[in-house]
Write a protein that binds this ligand. Structure first.
Ligand code: ADP
Ligand code: MG
Length: 292
């Protein structure tokens, strides 16, 4: 009876737009206690819109011009959004040389003979840049609104900040509510700062926020939850999420995500619809009731 019940399960799964790669996966799925969502590109669309530009001195255009020139070399959604707005507003941007992108920190390159850094506040501070008080105040306020803010600096000083907003997927809150209904704890895992992450978590009803996690440490965060006795499902889309997807008891990738994430997961949601997460857990429980 076992193979037939499982066929029904995966068949129904395919109908729901949930691709279950290995049959054994379903057995683990029914044991899940905590579901961890990556933020950018998973809970949100991963498409940033620039909302605010804060300039310490010298004006918006200079911040946008230099930051845009550096970000032209970036593949990150932050970089793509910033470079696009800069080009749209200012036309052709100066050339950048010696581009470098320390993972989870930001980007750096030489523009007009000066090294320009664009990235998280802590990284620019670590690199010896002073942060003007008015910029700091603006950053706090914008982050508390759920915006992601990157700072731009050169010659030892932060010159401004660019804030951007990503939109939460329509069904994110409904999916979290549905997971609560079936007894799950729901967490968010992100490299973004705590204030931004908390604001978004609050908007969708997430219980636990793991923020400011360096991409290389996402896997260890999953391991820590497991050592607390949780059976963990991780949902992600990015290259950075791959080790966490493998470490989790159940890895779920978004079909529109990166190939690496898809290859590292046990289940793929064929539509970017998050609803497939509670559906998969329900499906696994039903399937195993049928077998036993
Ligand atoms: P997430 O987990 O949300 O996908 P990442 O780990 O990719 O985030 O990035 C973490 C943080 O590093 C970002 O919130 C940002 O502050 C900084 N960062 C990453 N890439 C860039 C970039 N191209 N330009 C500026 N800042 C960046
Ligand atoms: Mg992501």
């Amino acid at each position: 009876a076992t193979p037939i019940a499982i066929m029904v399960g995966t068949g129904r799964g395919a109908e729901l737009g949930v691709l279950i790669k290995r049959i054994e996966t379903l057995e683990r799925t029914k044991e899940i206690t905590t579901v961890v969502f990556d933020k950018t590109g998973t809970l949100t669309h991963g498409e940033m819109t620039i909302t605010d530009i804060v300039a310490a001195e010298g004006g918006d255009d200079e911040v946008l011009r230099r930051a845009g020139a550096v970000e032209a070399g970036s593949e990150h959604p932050i970089g793509r959004a910033l470079a696009a707005v800069a080009a749209q507003r200012l036309g052709e941007l100066p050339a950048a040389h010696g581009f470098d992108a320390p993972t989870g920190q930001g980007v750096r390159a030489d523009v007009d003979g000066t090294t320009v850094l664009v990235g998280r506040r802590s990284w620019l501070a670590e690199q010896g840049m002073t942060v003007p008080e008015d910029v700091d105040e603006a950053v706090l306020r914008l982050e508390s609104d759920g915006k992601t803010v990157v700072l731009a600096g050169w010659q030892g000083r932060v010159r401004g900040a660019v804030a951007m907003a990503d939109t939460v997927k329509d069904n994110a809150a409904a999916t979290v509510a549905e997971l609560h209904d079936i007894g799950m704890t729901v967490a968010m895992l992100t490299g973004d700062n705590s204030r931004t992450a908390e604001a978004i978590a609050r908007a969708v009803g997430i219980d636990r926020v793991l923020a400011e996690v360096h991409p290389g440490d996402k896997r260890a965060e999953i391991e820590r939850l497991q050592s607390e006795g949780e059976v963990v499902a991780m949902v992600g889309d990015g290259i950075n999420d791959a080790p966490a997807l493998v470490q989790a008891d159940l890895g779920i990738s978004i079909g529109t995500g990166t190939d690496v994430a898809i290859e590292s997961s046990d289940i793929t949601l064929m539509r970017s619809d998050l609803h497939g997460v509670p559906q998969s857990i329900r499906l696994a429980r039903r399937t195993y009731r049928t077998i036993q």
